[in-house]
Write a protein that binds this ligand. Structure first.
Ligand code: GLN
Length: 313
């Protein structure tokens, strides 16, 4: 059974982990292929837990906003499923890719149907679906809107400098989108679709906000958070299954092995993990390993999950 610590015990564990992460020498490297991300100091570390039955607990830089990047793919998937339901799976698969998140090789072999919604081409199809179903540009970005409502934080915003940096250097993502257009799996305008995708990746949130915004995934699909997300119990189970198998790109197996929880990472250095029935965890440290996952966020959540017996296995 997962341990359910009281707030004081959880605070002690988080503070202890944050202190030890501050002393870690091996921190990976900050992403530089999106130049604006390379400006974030390597020495940052934050962590937050949003339990289902108590106040959020934070440690380190847990209230510092950072670029959520691919973590936005979870919120985007929730929005797209809300629009088109299971018909989404005709255009996006549900298998781990085993390839880097921006790889084009598999996409060609599989005729433009991305393996899953958490690699870039899958998320670009998801953006296309959202635009098709919610084209009104007078409203704010639907993924931003969902993040604000789930975190109960209307000040969450897009970092316009990161957005501009992604647009300027996004040729590989545009190539993925054009390839899928050629295969009939993108219906909108490639520039518009990719810009919508870049915009959601450029949303800035803190660990505290991310843990709060993903807490609905720890419920059984009921309650106020799940209602905001518009999810059913079955959808929550399936989102968790996808996070477990595909949430950390081609390191998803390794992360499941080490942490044993549904996770989603981003190249901004964020990592969220869901403890079913208990709550959501978010950790952030901008240094990445070779596969684009945060070295210290993985380490910290691994340690937390071990200490509190939170692995689902
Ligand atoms: N915006 C990034 C990209 O498209 C997101 C990638 C990531 O976090 N893995 O390359």
């Amino acid at each position: 059974m997962p341990h359910r610590p009281d707030p004081a015990e959880l605070q002690t564990v988080l503070d202890d982990i944050a202190t030890r992460m501050a002393g870690e020498a091996e921190r990976g490297e900050v992403a530089s292929y999106i130049p604006e991300l390379a400006r974030v100091p390597l020495n940052r570390f934050g962590m937050a837990v949003a339990p289902l039955d108590g106040p959020p607990i934070i440690a380190g830089d847990a209230e510092v906003p950072f670029s959520i990047q691919s973590i936005s793919k979870v919120f985007a998937l929730v929005a797209a499923l809300g629009h088109v339901g299971a018909s989404l799976w005709r255009r996006v698969g549900r298998e781990p890719s085993g390839d880097p998140f921006n790889s084009i090789v598999q996409l060609e072999a599989e005729r433009g149907k991305p393996r899953n919604p958490f690699i870039n081409p899958g998320a670009i199809v998801v953006s296309d679906v959202i635009l098709e179903n919610q084209p009104d540009e007078t409203t704010q970005h639907p993924v931003l809107d969902l993040c604000q409502r789930l975190a109960d934080a209307p000040d969450i915003a897009v970092d316009e400098d990161v957005f501009a940096s992604e647009v300027a250097t996004g040729d590989r993502n545009r190539a993925l989108a054009y390839f899928m257009l050629a295969e009939g799996n993108i219906r909108g305008d490639v520039t518009e679709v990719t810009e919508s995708y870049f915009r959601q990746c450029s949303i800035e949130m803190s660990c505290l906000q991310l843990a709060t915004a993903t807490r609905f995934l720890a419920t059984e699909g009921e309650g106020p958070d799940a209602e905001i997300a518009g999810v059913t119990p079955e959808r929550v189970r399936r989102l968790n299954a996808l996070m477990m198998t595909c949430g950390c790109y081609d390191a998803s197996g390794e992360v499941a092995f080490r942490i044993g929880l549904p996770c989603k990472s981003g190249v901004g250095g964020g990592l969220v993990a869901i403890v079913p029935g208990v709550g959501a965890i978010a950790a952030w440290s901008p240094g990445l390993d070779k596969k684009g996952n945060s070295v210290l966020a993985i380490k910290a959540i691994e340690e937390l999950a071990h200490r509190l017996n939170w692995s689902v296995f």
